[in-house]
Design a binder for this molecule. Structure first.
Ligand SMILES: [Zn+2]
Length: 242
């Protein structure tokens, strides 16, 4: 770990399943509160996600799982190692969706090439705030899940935002109209980072329920034992009811 450790405590990590130390080098725990035993480190929202998956789907390793835009650590690495039917995809603008680039299948979350009802679980980690048409993305995820399947994901839900706000719009000619100052987040496959297209607020669960037939639950954590103390650690659980 780089930098001087500001705070550290003992706990149990829901990703690596080890007794561990959670240590932070600065007070923005969202990015700095790392598990010392996770391979590649893990951060609070990833531990919240994995804790939720383990609680809802203890046999997750036997499931057919699609993760869009995985990260090279934490939950993505664990699912890849443990679940034979885990399928990671990225969106590569220059690759035909359904084809692969460097061994990773290309899929546009808003217009997927998968058949209906083919996954038990879909996972995304801080992806939904970067799509231009979240309504289409949620609808496509709903379509590709089997009845009884779950879409479990994280995306920042802002505590002072009553109505979700669009920050950038993709025009028909491919240009982008900025409705708010451009903001970028880190992206493992793009050095430029990912443009934030939506700032979600309290109404996100209502929007998902409007766009799809999902049953929606939002879980917010303050869990020192599992190292889940940070801003923006909400886990959004979408169930495709039978
Ligand atoms: Zn860990």
């Amino acid at each position: 770990m780089e930098g001087e450790i500001l705070v550290s405590w003992d706990g149990f990590c829901p990703i690596c399943l080890q007794s561990t130390k959670f240590s932070a080098t600065d007070s923005w725990f969202r990015d700095s509160l790392r598990c010392e035993t996770c391979n590649g480190g893990s951060i609070p929202r990833e531990r919240a996600l994995m804790l939720t998956i383990r609680q809802l789907l203890p046999a997750y390793a036997q499931l057919s799982i699609h993760e869009s835009s995985p990260t090279p650590r934490g939950v993505s690495r664990l699912l890849a190692a443990q679940a034979p039917a885990y399928l990671p995809t990225h969106y590569f603008p220059n690759v035909v969706p359904g084809n692969s680039s460097f061994g990773i299948r290309c899929e546009n979350l808003e217009q997927q090439t998968f058949p209906d009802s083919c996954f038990d679980l879909v996972v995304t980690q801080d992806v939904m705030e970067h799509v231009f048409h979240p309504d289409k993305a949620y609808q496509e995820i709903y379509r590709t899940l089997r009845p009884g399947g779950y879409y479990i994901h994280t995306t920042p839900i802002h505590k002072n935002v009553v109505e979700s706000q669009q920050r950038a719009r993709l025009e028909e000619d491919g240009t982008i109209t900025y409705l708010a100052p451009a903001e970028y987040h880190g992206n493992p496959i793009n050095e430029q980072g990912s443009l934030v297209t939506y700032c979600y607020g309290y109404d996100l669960a209502d929007l998902i329920a409007k766009w799809t037939w999902f049953d929606v639950e939002v879980r917010r954590f303050h869990d020192r034992t599992h190292g889940i103390v940070a801003e923006f650690n909400d886990v959004i659980i979408c169930l495709k009811s039978i």
